[in-house]
Design a protein around this ligand. Structure first.
Ligand code: UD1
Length: 420
């Protein structure tokens, strides 16, 4: 298993290009299942998670391949088996996003239940509630969700009110609704920019969606969708991670192609912490020269501060002046990085999902273990700030969500080695 060895060596400087967004690419790579025509997706980040979706499509008989570094071409006319097996689903929960498109186009689908996850229980009850409202029958059999469209094979437009704001649930039901008979209204929908990107892709394929980016999305079902090309939006969490890193280490970096319009909550917190952020065209410069101040954060669905940035922000708070109260409200168990940060010398007390972080003058390098994707990014930032060497184990989590993170950080002056 690969490890990263990081030696803290002061401020970051230089420019870094932001990759396509993982969380937009994953649902968008499932969208071509809705049509028999070829779809081309560009700006797809090269990550283990995007490779997994392509493998999943291949297993179903779909012709899908990466034809260039960041281009994936998908032709779902060859689909033979609308089944997503446990082997791949267990490695990536987002695989459940094939369920909505399969059910809508094929009238039937079997997808393995994802099972447990390190950061929380993460049920899919809201996805299923949406499909049932559209007339589907759902059975859980031998660890699989077996979903069937009503007789005639076509889902019906419905009024779906989610009990909780769910990104994946909104995406799954949104995709299913594009081919349903009649109009679907999704209320209490998630408003994440990645959902807007998915809706733009679907509309380019002939769907009739409006209200994306608000809590009420309306979808007028159409009999079929057609092929097309879509460019995946840049990754706001990757951009936020680099911005947090330079705020923590000091220095100045330029983010090329960061989706600034989607990053207000992140930038607000970084400015409060003492960073200076300016944007000109596609270049956003983030610098921190003076004092770094600890900032309180509370995660919540978009447009609030994202749960996917909580861990990275904590890495910044552990070396800031003052005390920050950090509350996680989206997932039940997303504070596992706390005990690893303690190994580096951080001063944090944790009570349930609230961490009280007292800034310390210095961290010292140690062996730590990555427990999930964003926790890994937090440990990388902490390692960049620590005296001596930090070795991060289990970085396969990092490879799921960050494209060439160590090369990008080396380009900014960091001292990092991958130990295979
Ligand atoms: C997506 C993101 C993930 C991010 C999360 C929240 C992708 C691939 N992943 O995950 O990076 O951290 O949004 O912004 O885009 N819930 C239910 N029932 C459901 C569905 C969800 O109770 O049917 C709960 C979850 O347990 C969680 C909360 O709702 O507590 C939010 O989950 P959700 O928004 O669905 O997250 P994901 O789509 O899994």
């Amino acid at each position: 298993m690969d490890k990263l060895a990081i030696t803290g060596n002061g401020p970051l400087r230089g420019a870094v290009r932001i990759s396509g967004a993982k969380n937009a690419a994953l649902p968008i790579l499932c969208a071509p299942l809705l049509t028999r025509e070829p779809v081309t997706i560009v700006n797809v980040p090269q990550l283990n998670d995007t490779r997994t979706i392509v493998r999943l499509l291949n297993q179903m008989g779909v012709t899908a391949a990466r034809t260039e570094t960041h281009r994936v071409e998908i032709d779902a006319s060859t689909l033979t088996t609308p089944v997503a097996g446990y082997d791949l689903v267990k490695t990536m929960r987002a695989s459940v996003l094939v369920l909505g498109p399969l059910l809508a186009r094929w009238g039937e689908a079997k997808v393995s239940l994802p099972g447990g996850c390190a950061i929380g229980q993460r049920p899919v009850d809201q996805h299923l509630k949406g499909f049932e409202a559209m007339g589907a029958t759902i059975a859980i059999e031998a660890g699989y969700i077996h979903a069937k469209a009503p007789s005639g094979g076509r889902l019906r437009g419905a009024h779906v009110v989610f009990d909780v704001v769910t990104v994946g649930g909104t995406e799954n039901v949104l995709m299913a609704a594009t081919l349903a008979e009649g109009t679907t209204v999704i209320e209490n929908a998630a408003r994440e920019p990645e959902i807007v990107d998915l809706a733009l892709c679907l509309n380019a394929m002939g769907a009739r969606i409006r209200g994306h980016g608000t809590a009420t999305i309306t979808v007028e079902g159409v009999p079929e969708l057609h092929g097309g090309t879509h460019r995946v939006m840049p990754d706001r969490i990757e951009a936020g991670t680099f911005a947090c890193a330079v705020a923590a280490t000091g220095g100045e970096i330029t983010l090329l192609d960061a989706p600034v319009h989607a990053m207000e909550a992140i930038f607000d917190k970084l400015r409060e912490a003492g960073a200076t952020i300016t944007t000109q065209g596609n270049q956003t410069t983030v610098s921190r020269k003076g004092r770094l101040t600890a900032v309180n954060t509370k995660t919540a669905p978009y447009p609030a501060f994202p749960t996917d940035m909580q861990a990275q922000m904590m890495a910044l708070n552990v070396v800031a002046e003052g005390t920050a109260v950090m509350t996680e409200t989206v997932f039940e168990n997303r504070m596992m990085h706390v005990s690893e940060l303690l190994r580096l010398g951080a001063d944090i007390s944790l009570s349930g999902n609230t961490a009280v972080v007292k800034g310390v003058r210095r961290l010292t390098g140690a062996h730590v273990m990555a427990t999930d994707l964003r926790a890994s990014a937090c440990l990388v930032i902490a390692g960049l700030c620590a005296r001596g060497e930090t070795v991060i184990d289990r970085i396969y989590h990092l490879d799921r969500g960050y494209e060439h993170i160590e090369d990008k950080l080396i380009g900014l002056g960091a001292q990092i080695r991958r130990l295979s």
